[in-house]
Design a protein around this ligand. Structure first.
Ligand SMILES: Cc1cc2nc3c(=O)[nH]c(=O)nc-3n(C[C@H](O)[C@H](O)[C@H](O)COP(=O)(O)O)c2cc1C
Length: 192
């Protein structure tokens, strides 16, 4: 009988500790994933900076078959994929998406929208109840239709104010990221 009482008390304590942890991660410190696709490296650089500032895990979306390194060949292939709404299979997989609350999602603007590997990524997991924070590297076309494409693929996710970056090794990149993180209410390390 004594053993049963002691075990019951221990169980109640364990459950309370568990509930406390969940409350803290949801209300205080969200669990963060910084996921990105990058063809020529710009988005990768931005993703690394964001990751340094917000912490969490960094994840690269890598297509199973790499895109051609030739610019024009990449333009042609991606245009064709967009037209067909093709979903390229991915080489990399997030081990446990359930553990993340907040997903920073980076990509280059391709044909005024998301590259198709990003669509594959968004369809591969359940983003219901999660928060997605888009950041887009572009050559002048800013976000294009990319955010509405994300919203269409993840109708049950909350999407925060995105960051668009005309990337050319910009001097203001760090400050732009700081201002943006502050605007969307994300606590960041350094440069504040
Ligand atoms: C296939 C392809 C399509 C692109 N389409 C656009 C576009 O529609 N609008 C735009 O502003 N930039 C466009 N760009 C330029 C990229 O968005 C820009 O160079 C970006 O910084 C590349 O990021 P990355 O180095 O991470 O791949 C395109 C580039 C490629 C390769």
């Amino acid at each position: 009988m004594r053993t049963i009482i002691i075990l019951s008390i221990a169980l109640v304590f364990m459950m309370a500790a568990d509930a406390g942890m969940a409350a803290e991660t949801q209300a205080g410190k969200p669990r963060i994933l910084v996921a990105y696709f990058s063809w020529s490296g710009n988005t990768r650089e931005i993703a690394k900076i964001i990751h340094q500032r917000v912490g969490g895990d960094l994840f690269e979306i890598v297509p199973a078959t790499p895109y051609p390194t030739d610019y024009n060949a990449c333009l042609d292939q991606s245009a064709e994929e967009l037209k067909r709404q093709y979903r390229p299979p991915l080489k990399t997989r997030v081990a446990n998406m359930k553990q993340y609350d907040l997903i920073f999602l980076g990509y280059p603007n391709w044909w005024a929208t998301i590259p198709m590997p990003v669509a594959s990524f968004l369809e591969e997991y359940d983003f219901s109840g999660k928060t997605i924070v888009p950041f887009c590297s572009h050559g002048g076309g800013r976000l294009g239709q990319s955010v509405s494409a994300i919203a269409k693929l993840c109708p049950k996710a909350t999407i925060l104010d995105p960051l668009s970056i005309h990337y050319g090794g910009s001097q203001t990149l760090q400050d732009d990221i700081t201002t943006w993180l502050r605007r969307i209410g994300i606590k960041a390390r350094g440069k504040d």
